[in-house]
Design a binder for this molecule. Structure first.
Ligand code: FE2
Length: 374
């Protein structure tokens, strides 16, 4: 099957090579309707399906793909299934951040030997299209990492799934690959999880933001970013910091009922087109005030995009030593104020938009105020 990341490279620091994100699996309350949302609003194509018709008695999964991004949407068919309990507790959310590795058994054994808690021992999945080997470890909250080894697998996704196509014409919106996945963890737990990724996977600490970087008049948070050697996997980890009012991280933890994935950042080469389409299809974004655009050019200097277009779509701009980036954040994509998306276009910059944090967090606080959770 098609490779899901850029060219393979790795570095010495990695305890085992990770080639990229294999898939992200969401546990949801209604996979059929969620699949419709990701097709119509985000422009994903259905590529595979597993359910009662394919021999899965108690769960249903739709696999959707755009560019190198693969989402799996899974629901259970009975109330006593663990997926149903997961959805009851957390609402719709990310269960699996699957990592594409060369050797699932070696990755799992290495991770466990370095302190990871096993979630699922090595499993070999086979069908007429070949085999896929997987094994999983726990990370923050109820989230797991599944190591996926797919040498010579030629099926649609995974043994047990059948190839399936969207039943309507899909208009992709230029989503290319997962840029980073952010986790929210409990107060005081950020360093523990940073250490986890360092010890268990050999990740590097890339950058640290403290409450001086990320605070508004009312609330604050702290964040550290860990990354694997080739930089294809970047996991920022946030924890709440003391503020006068409840931070967005605490609000997330209250509603998700545990640590979990806060946002998934997806890369595009043409953010104006991507965001124009998302808005036209009804996706809501956080809004910064128009005054943001009065001073932003002083801060970021020359860019090739038309500032008027960026302002019309409320896209944010930031610059670091290596270049600039354009980014925007959706509002939460389910009823609970939990998971949301970032759309990002990198023009050389490898950072995360620090210059926009204040304007963004004020925008989030305005939303919290409306929900009565600030
Ligand atoms: Fe982000």
């Amino acid at each position: 099957m098609e490779a899901l990341t850029k060219d393979k490279t790795t570095t010495q620091q990695d305890l085992f090579p990770i080639n990229g994100t294999d898939y992200i699996e969401f546990y949801v309350g209604n996979a059929k309707q969620a699949a419709h949302f990701y097709q119509t609003a985000f422009g994903f194509n259905i590529v595979a399906y597993r359910g009662p018709e394919t021999g899965s008695r108690d769960t249903v999964s739709y696999v959707l793909q755009q560019g190198k991004i693969r989402f799996v949407l899974t629901n259970a068919l009975s109330p006593d299934h663990d997926i149903s309990r997961h959805v009851l507790v957390h609402g719709d959310g990310v269960k699996v951040l699957a990592l594409w590795v060369d050797d699932a058994e070696y990755a799992f054994n290495t991770a466990v030997a370095n302190g990871a808690k096993a979630a699922q021992k090595l499993q070999v999945h086979k069908d007429e299209h070949g085999q896929v080997r997987t094994a999983s470890i726990h990370t923050y909250g109820e989230t797991i990492h599944t190591f996926v080894e797919r040498k010579d697998y030629h099926g649609a996704f995974f043994p047990g799934f059948e190839a399936r196509k969207s039943q309507m014409e899909i208009q992709p919106i230029g989503l290319k690959y997962i840029d980073h996945c952010v986790g929210n963890v409990e107060l005081g737990m950020m360093d523990k999880w940073v250490e986890f990724y360092q010890k268990v996977m050999g990740f590097n600490l890339l950058v640290t933001f403290d409450d001086k970087d990320i605070s508004t008049k009312y609330t604050a948070l702290m964040s550290k970013v860990v990354s694997n050697g080739n930089g294809y996997i970047k996991f920022p980890i946030n924890e709440p910091a003391d503020g006068v009012k409840k931070s967005q991280i605490e609000e997330y933890l209250d509603f998700y009922r545990s640590a979990g994935v806060q946002h998934i950042a997806i890369a595009t080469d043409d953010i104006i087109h991507t965001v124009d389409e998302l808005r036209r299809r009804g996706i809501d974004f956080l809004r910064v005030p128009d005054t943001y655009y009065e001073t932003v050019m002083d801060r970021v200097g020359e860019i090739k995009e038309d500032l008027k277009e960026l302002q019309r779509l409320n896209i944010l701009i930031d610059r670091d030593e290596e270049g600039y980036l354009l980014q925007i954040f959706t509002k939460p994509v389910q009823d609970r104020p939990t998971v949301f998306y970032e759309i990002i276009q990198r023009e050389g910059a490898r950072s995360f938009g620090k210059g926009n944090f204040k304007a963004l967090f004020e925008a989030i606080e305005r939303e919290q105020e409306l929900r009565g959770t600030l």
